[in-house]
Design a protein around this ligand. Structure first.
Ligand code: FAD
Length: 388
C-alpha cells in the first residue's frame, strides 16, 4: 500500500497533467481522430513539462520517476478524454534502454530523448505471418562488417512516422539452432531517420482508431553494430522488461479510460431527464455504472501493485498480466455502460464517447490479447499444462 506522502505526490502529478490536458480539450482529440492527425503540440508540451520523460534518470535530463508515477501520468491523460496511445511508447520502451543499454547508448540517446530532440515512440515486434507467436518471428538480422543486415516484415507498428527511434526485435540465430525458442533473438535501436528509404519502407494502415500503425518492410537494412541493445541472442530478455512495463502502463491507461467513462456517464445520468426524472434514478441505468465502478477500483489496486513490484525490480510477470487483464476488461465494460447510458447521443462524435469506446477496445487485443494473458496465468501461476 502507498503511504500518505506517496499518495499526495501522485495527486500533485495528476493535477498538473490534468491541467495540461485541459488546455487541449476533447475537441482537439476528436479533430485529430477525424483527420488521422498526430498530436505534435501535445507531445511537445508533455515532453517539455517532463511528463513523457518521467522514466529517464535525472543525470540524463529526465524527471527520474518510477513506473508508478508514469502510470499516474498515462491514467490522467486517458481520464481527461485524451489519447495516451499517441505517446505512451516513450515510457514503456524505456525499460529496455535503461536496463540493457550500454553506457555509450544511454549517454548518446537519453539526453536527446529527454530534451525532445529525439522521439523514441516505436516498438517493432508483431509480424503478419506469426502474430502472437512472437518467438516464431521471421525478421532476420545477419551480422556483417560494421553491424547487422535486417530483412523481413513487421505489421501494426505504431507511430513509426512520428518517431525517430524504434526498438526492433529480430532473429539473429535460426530457431532450429537454439535450445529454447526465446534464444537467438536480438533487440536493436533503429534510427528511423536514416533507415527510411535505405532498406526500410513504411506503409500506414487505415484502422479503426487513430493509432498511426504501419506495415514495415526491411530489405537489407544496415543497423550499425553500436545499436544492438544488450547482448546478441538475448533480445527476448531485453524486450521483456519493456513488455511488462508496457502491460502495466497500458493497464493504467485503461483505468483512466474506465474512470473517464464513469465520470461522463454518471454526469449524463444525473442531468438527462426522460419520463420526468433523471435517467440515473432508474436502477437499470445506475447499477451497471455502480458495477463498473467496483470493477475499475479493484483493477486499479492490481495496477498499483504491479507498478510497485516493477519499481522494486522484483519479477512482476503475474502482476503485470493480471493488471492488464482486469483493467482492459474494466475499461471495456465501463465504455459499454457509458454508451448505453448516453443512448443515441453516444453515437454523436461531439460527445466523444464513441471515440474513447473505439480506443479502449484495442486493449483487449494489444499489446497482448486476453487469451494470451489467461494462458500465461494458467501456465506460469497455476502450473497447468502448456496449451501451445
Ligand atoms: C492499433 C494497433 C496498434 C498496434 N501497435 C503495435 C506496435 O506498436 N508494435 C507491435 O509490435 N505490435 C503492435 N500491435 C500488434 C498487436 O500487439 C497484435 O495485434 C496482438 O498482439 C495480436 O496479434 P495478432 O493480431 O497477430 O493476432 P493473432 O496472433 O493472429 O491472434 C488472433 C486471435 O486468436 C487468439 N489466439 C491466438 N493463439 C491463441 C492460442 N494459442 N490460444 C488462445 N487464443 C489464441 C488471440 O488471442 C487473438 O484473439 C498493434 C495492433 C493494433 C491493432
Amino acid at each position: 500500500m502507498l503511504d500518505t506522502a506517496q499518495r499526495e505526490m501522485l495527486a500533485e502529478i495528476a493535477t498538473s497533467v490534468a491541467q495540461l490536458c485541459a488546455r487541449f480539450g476533447e475537441d482537439y482529440w476528436r479533430d485529430l481522430d477525424r483527420e488521422g492527425g498526430y498530436p505534435t503540440d501535445f507531445v511537445v508540451e508533455m515532453t517539455e513539462a517532463g511528463f513523457l520523460t518521467a522514466l529517464i534518470p535525472e543525470e540524463f535530463g529526465g524527471s527520474g520517476l518510477g513506473l508508478l508515477e508514469a502510470c499516474t501520468i498515462l491514467e490522467t491523460i486517458s481520464r481527461a478524454g485524451a489519447h495516451a496511445g499517441a505517446c505512451h511508447a516513450q515510457m514503456y520502451v524505456m525499460g529496455s534502454l535503461l536496463r540493457h543499454g550500454s553506457p555509450e547508448q544511454k549517454a548518446m540517446w537519453l539526453p536527446q530523448i529527454a530534451s525532445g530532440a529525439v522521439r523514441l515512440q516505436s516498438f517493432g515486434v508483431t509480424e503478419p505471418s506469426t502474430g502472437t507467436d512472437t518467438t516464431a518471428l521471421k525478421t532476420r538480422a545477419v551480422q556483417v562488417d560494421g553491424g547487422w543486415r535486417v530483412s523481413g516484415q513487421k505489421v501494426w507498428i505504431s507511430r513509426v512516422e512520428h518517431s525517430d527511434l524504434m526498438v526492433l526485435l529480430a532473429r539473429t540465430t535460426p530457431r532450429e539452432q537454439v535450445a529454447k525458442k526465446t534464444e537467438g533473438l536480438s533487440a536493436f535501436l533503429v534510427d528511423l531517420r536514416e533507415a527510411r528509404g535505405s532498406g526500410l519502407e513504411v506503409r500506414p494502415i487505415e484502422a479503426m482508431i487513430n493509432h498511426h500503425a504501419c506495415e514495415l518492410f526491411f530489405d537489407d537494412l544496415l543497423i550499425p553494430a553500436g545499436n544492438l541493445l544488450g547482448r546478441a541472442g538475448d533480445g527476448w530478455r531485453v524486450i521483456l522488461d519493456g513488455m511488462n512495463a508496457e502491460r502495466i502502463l497500458i493497464a493504467a491507461e485503461c483505468i483512466g479510460d474506465a474512470r473517464y467513462f464513469l465520470d461522463k456517464a454518471s454526469a449524463y445520468a444525473r442531468e438527462r431527464e426522460v419520463f420526468g426524472r433523471p435517467i440515473g434514478a432508474n436502477q437499470g441505468v445506475a447499477f451497471p455504472l455502480a458495477k463498473c465502478l467496483a470493477e475499475t477500483e479493484a483493477a486499479a489496486l492490481m495496477v498499483e501493485k504491479a507498478a510497485l513490484t516493477y519499481d522494486d525490480g522484483a519479477p512482476c510477470g503475474a502482476e503485470a498480466n493480471m493488471a492488464k487483464y482486469l483493467a482492459a476488461e474494466a475499461s471495456w465494460a465501463a465504455g459499454d455502460a457509458a454508451m448505453q447510458t448516453h443512448g443515441g447521443f453516444a453515437f454523436a462524435k461531439d460527445y466523444h464517447i464513441e471515440r474513447k469506446f473505439r480506443e479502449t477496445r484495442l486493449y483487449r487485443i494489444a499489446p497482448v490479447s486476453t487469451n494470451l494473458i489467461l494462458s500465461y496465468l494458467a501456465e506460469k501461476v497455476l502450473g497447468l499444462p502448456r496449451s501451445f
